[in-house]
Design a protein around this ligand. Structure first.
Ligand code: ASP
Length: 315
């Protein structure tokens, strides 16, 4: 079976099951909108690399996700965004970290891939590269919003470095974060079996300035080859140690596992409960979206008509 397929995520974590409608509905609407955008692009024959970039840009522009516009703040009150993108067939890839003004980090990652002999640019040099290529930038007020300042204040009060959807615990009942924004990613395959993956994030609330997570790291947060494309979310330190995205591809390649077996095993092995999740597609159009957190904002569609937009496990 060959067919196009697409999957995207808006972050996984401890997403409270009683998330109020006013927080849940805009995220679901955004996921559905981004899915439709990606599906139309695939149907019109766009390459998966273009499709994943397009979808991740749209998610980056959305204030409810922790990437681009919605990026959370470091302990110093700054934004340090990061992103990566990879083409499965050629294994060409690009990555960026430490961005403070770039509106769409995923597109800068693509420019690094296409316009430099390198893969990964970070901090001042990445910002200078963005300016040299005339990419859209914004003042810090575009990113550093009252909502983000409040999230940082709350994390500092509890001395926590947190994924923003951190739920209250019995010991700290008042910690709710606003509990619903996460890293974004997209994977896609066309009906010719071309694969691509892209991931973008602001990282953790109250992270140390300079901290780099899994999202820009090829093989950890993002990976694509001739068999599959993977974008991860969750606690980056676990995902990096496990090289989780590459693990899915390796299990398929060397152990002959199916996409869903490989994806489920990689998530299970990568960290304890509550740490990680991923979206993945295979060259022949399968989709897998496993997670060991209590939820993951996610959406997918395949050529045979299957489509899903979900946050928690389906009953
Ligand atoms: N994986 C991201 C990081 O560690 C966070 C997330 O997925 O929400 O930066």
């Amino acid at each position: 079976m060959l067919g196009w397929a697409i999957a995207l995520h808006g972050g996984g974590g401890d997403i409270p099951i009683d998330l109020p409608d006013e927080l849940r509905i805009p995220r679901e609407t955004a996921l559905r909108h981004c899915l439709d955008l990606g599906v139309s692009a695939l149907k019109s024959g766009k390459h998966p690399l273009d499709v994943t970039e397009l979808v991740v840009r749209e998610l980056e522009n959305h204030p409810y996700f922790n990437a681009g516009k919605g990026s959370v703040l470091t302990a110093q009150g700054t934004v340090e965004m990061e992103a990566s993108i990879m083409d499965g067939k050629t294994k060409r890839c690009g990555a960026v970290s430490g961005l403070t003004t770039v509106v769409n980090p995923v597109s800068l990652a693509r420019l690094v891939m296409e316009k430099t002999p390198h893969i990964y640019l970070a901090f001042d040099a990445a910002e200078a590269f963005a300016r040299a290529h005339g990419v859209e930038t914004a003042e810090s007020t575009y990113f550093i919003t009252p909502e983000n300042i409040a999230r940082l204040k709350q994390a500092k009060e509890f001395n926590r470095v947190q994924l923003d959807y951190t739920a209250p615990t019995p010991k700290e009942p008042e910690i709710r974060g606003d509990s619903q924004i996460g890293t974004v990613g997209c994977v896609a395959v066309d009906s010719a079996g071309n694969l691509a993956a892209a991931t973008s994030t602001g990282g953790y609330v109250n992270k140390m300035a300079g901290r780099i997570g899994d999202s820009p790291l090829i093989g950890a947060g993002t990976y694509a080859n001739h068999l599959c494309a993977v974008s991860a979310t969750g606690k980056g330190e676990y995902i990096i140690r496990a090289t989780m995205a590459r693990e899915v591809a390796a299990l398929m390649e060397y152990k002959g596992l199916s996409l869903s077996e490989a994806a489920a095993y990689a998530v299970e092995q990568s960290g304890p409960r509550g740490t990680c999740g991923l979206v993945a597609v295979s060259a022949n159009g399968e989709v897998a979206m496993p997670y060991n957190t209590n939820g993951m904002f996610r959406a997918c569609a395949t050529e045979d008509g299957f489509t899903e937009v979900a946050i928690w496990p389906k009953n």
